[in-house]
Design a binder for this molecule. Structure first.
Ligand SMILES: NC(=O)c1ccc[n+]([C@@H]2O[C@H](COP(=O)([O-])OP(=O)(O)OC[C@H]3O[C@@H](n4cnc5c(N)ncnc54)[C@H](OP(=O)(O)O)[C@@H]3O)[C@@H](O)[C@H]2O)c1
Length: 284
């Protein structure tokens, strides 16, 4: 197995004084032995932030990849997410305990509420459970995913505790410029999910090929750099060690403001990949 060629990834400091690397590995669809091997190769290449979820059914693979890579636990930032069906306190607590058991870990660095599920209306209860788990030391940092500003406001009003991270769908078809700014104003770090457009034809956009040629990088590196420069932490998923390394190498070049804006101009009015609007979409 080849070792890291990249230097350590820089980090940002969260509102709870923990740190978050500026790029991470998405793990949706990485499962079983091949998933564990992909996680191991990513860590060996220099990834320190791993994004998992109860609903990906892969916390075991992520944990096995971590164990095989042999990096000090305190060097890693391991994330999981609480699913919608466990928002009630008495279900949330054992769900996170089960996630830890599956991963073979003593604590998660970050646990996010996966979706707010506003029609179900229990995300404040889930948030209180995460606060309790943080107090018990099972979670170092707590955050949310797919939370709209109104949901953040409710958390603040009801508990006085704001998330450290909000993980959102962000890519050039759906740049979420104002939402990123709103989260940053509140001191909440933003992560970008589906940062390179998953398996759509985003990467085939001619404008991206043009900018990539200007900076002499691949389209995917150009895309990831766009996220980094907009202050959002991308978590690209790749099962391939070579593409994992390619995706990590985005800290030795810059895009001009004009290039960033040009990429953002790909925004579409209905830019979400699958129309998953957290105001109405629910996931359990
Ligand atoms: N919070 C949420 O609700 C939510 C929702 C969706 C996703 N997520 C998280 O965000 C992560 C990333 O999103 P995603 O998995 O939807 O999509 P993504 O990371 O935008 O795209 C992954 C796809 O891009 C390919 N790819 C990666 N690097 C490449 C490269 N350098 N060149 C060419 N192709 C490349 C991958 O193929 P290979 O694997 O073959 O390289 C895979 O098919 C997920 O894995 C998950 O952890 C969270």
């Amino acid at each position: 197995m080849s070792e890291s060629t990249a230097g350590p990834v820089e980090s940002i400091v969260l509102n709870d004084c923990t740190t978050l690397p500026k790029i991470g590995l998405g793990t949706y669809k990485l499962r079983g032995r091949s998933g564990a091997a992909a996680v191991e190769s990513a860590i060996r290449s220099g990834y320190r932030l791993l994004d998992s979820a109860y609903n990906y059914e892969n916390e075991g693979s992520v944990g096995a990849g971590i164990a095989a890579a042999g990096v000090d636990r305190n060097q890693l930032r391991v994330t999981t997410k609480l699913p919608g069906r466990y928002h009630e306190r008495d279900q949330a607590i054992p769900a996170v305990e089960e996630s830890l058991f599956r991963a073979g870990l003593e604590y998660f660095d970050l646990c996010l509420i996966h979706w707010p599920n506003p029609k179900q209306g229990k995300y404040v209860e889930a948030w209180r459970a995460l606060i309790e788990l943080r107090e018990r030391g099972l979670l170092r940092s707590i955050g949310v995913s797919n939370f709209l500003p109104e949901h953040l406001e409710t958390l603040q009003q009801e508990t006085g505790v704001l998330p450290s991270v909000n993980q959102l769908e962000i890519h050039p078809w759906f740049p979420q410029t104002e939402t990123i700014a709103k989260n940053h104003e509140l001191g909440i770090a933003v992560e970008s999910w589906s940062p390179v457009g998953r398996q759509t034809d985003l990467q085939q956009e001619p404008l991206l090929a043009q900018v990539a040629a200007e900076v002499d990088r691949s389209v995917v590196q150009t895309l990831l750099r766009w996220h980094v420069q907009r202050g959002a932490v991308p978590i690209p998923k790749s099962s391939d060690p070579e593409r994992q390394r390619e995706n990590l190498s985005v800290f030795d070049f810059t895009l001009s403001d004009e290039q960033v804006d040009r990429i953002s101009s790909l925004a579409r009015p209905e830019g979400r990949l699958k129309g998953q609007d957290p105001a109405v979409y629910e996931e359990f």
